[in-house]
Design a protein around this ligand. Sequence first.
Ligand SMILES: Cc1ncc(C[n+]2csc(CCOP(=O)(O)OP(=O)(O)O)c2C)c(N)n1
Ligand code: SF4
Length: 302
Amino acid sequence: MSTMDILKKSEDMVSPGLSACQGCTAELSLRTAFKVFGSKTVLGVPPGCIAGVGVPGWGVKTGMKTPVVMPLLGNSAALMAGVKQAYAKIDPEVHCVVFAGDGATVDSGLQTLSAAAERGENIIYICYDNEGYMNTGFQKSGTTPHGAHMSTSPSGPYSRGNIGFKKDVPLMLAVQDAAYVATLCPSHIQDFVKKVRRATEIKDGLSYLHIMSPCPTGWGIKPDQSIQYARRAVESLYFPLFEYDHGTYTISRPTLRAAEKPRPVAEFYQGQRRFRHMSEEEIQRIQDDVDRKWSLLKKLAS
Ligand SMILES: Cc1ncc(C[n+]2csc(CCOP(=O)(O)OP(=O)(O)O)c2C)c(N)n1
Ligand code: SF4
């Protein structure tokens, strides 16, 4: 089936009426990914926006149309690995999928994620990266970008927002030999669907999908701008799309196209309330970091 056929013909596995903010790309990504996974799927969703917006549901008419398990903030990979091992004996075709925020993934749950990758657990782990702990009031996480004003790293007379730089967990897991690792963005839906499909084919280890997820409420953009900012993240190489598949790195087509004439990272930073205090010099530091990481990725894929 083509991407358009999958999106048009597959059932939406998420009931209407979630309470996510308007323009939430995490919800869009969940709905899109589940069009590929279908009904033979168990979802593990730790505390965070997606759990909070009603995915676990009440009864059988709200939330997900698939079974949902709610792990703790830090043990999603371990819990879903156990669920998968139980299902492997009953029906190995059942996908066991984690859909977790960046806080639950790159901070709290990193140990269990890394251990599940090491053991070769056959789960699909998805991180929707909205670059902060959004559900609890916009605290900084390990993927919050440099300079961002967050409730725990505010900008003001004595501070300039987040001091650190975005942690690169997709590369971390690729180096650690997860079976399949990919970065995805809802602005490039064909590439997105292709990678989710590939994850469902993997039978010999862990698949890790890291999705760029603009969050209008936390980023201070309008709901109808979230896809525009998602696109800017890809086109500036701030968020390069790539795959690591059993030892081979491949840069994805949208990123190869963008790399011919990348947009300045400043265009991704401009207009977001969390970055409005930042000077040109501070944004140049991000550009340098993005350039450095892009050179590394090119080398890995060459
Ligand atoms: C051990 C632990 N600490 C704190 C919390 C409170 N808590 C619930 S949701 C959440 C935010 C999770 O952030 P993230 O995973 O980035 O998802 P998002 O809210 O951005 O969707 C926190 C800190 C918790 N549930 N468990
Ligand atoms: S705060 Fe952000 S991630 Fe959470 S529901 Fe709203 S838009 Fe989505």
